[in-house]
Design a protein around this ligand. Structure first.
Ligand code: CA2
Length: 153
């Protein structure tokens, strides 16, 4: 029997606070609720899901390096999106598709959020659809993997 492919969803700093503050920007769902919804969605599509959050840049980099065997990485790098060359470099070394997700529409917010060090090395970007963006990203990954649409670089 073929083993199920794993999809990793990585979340960066302060996303553990979802649902508790700034609900006008990030919505009401907690990260645990998002994880449960994503696990259910991934499982129905035939994938295993590895869902993680950290406030540490180094931890994100270690995880990206260790996740060499996953089918895809969905990442919301949070504020590191706009600052981290180190996370960009780690993601460049991945052989799998990388999808960048943002809950808010970063292009409609402060100017410093318009720059992403990740977008040009990602297979695609989803932003501005609230926490539903994670489900959209899972669908996008499924399509990429099923239809062999993943083009490296
Ligand atoms: O919109 C997104 O998903 C962001 O990645 C969220 C980051 C922000 O720095 C990015 O520009 C856009 C911030 C995550 C902080 O999340 C909080 C949630 C609740 C309360 C406070 C912060």
């Amino acid at each position: 029997m073929r083993r199920k492919k794993t999809i990793a969803i990585l979340n960066g700093p302060n996303l553990n606070l979802l649902g508790s503050r700034e609900q006008d920007i990030y919505g009401h769902q907690t990260l645990s609720e998002i994880e449960a919804a994503c696990k259910e969605h991934a499982s129905a599509a035939g994938y295993r899901l590895d869902f993680r959050q950290t406030n540490s840049e180094g931890q994100l980099i270690d995880w990206i390096q260790d996740l060499s065997k996953v089918g895809a990485i969905i990442i919301n790098p949070a504020a590191y999106t706009h600052t981290s060359i180190a996370i960009r470099d780690a993601l460049i070394s991945c052989d799998c598709p990388v999808i960048e997700v943002h809950i808010s529409n970063v292009l409609k917010r402060e100017i410093f959020r318009r720059e992403s060090l990740i977008s040009d090395i990602a297979s695609g970007i989803i932003c501005g659809f609230g926490t539903y963006g994670y489900i959209l990203a899972l669908n996008a990954v499924d399509d990429l993997l099923r239809n062999g649409k993943f083009i490296d670089g």
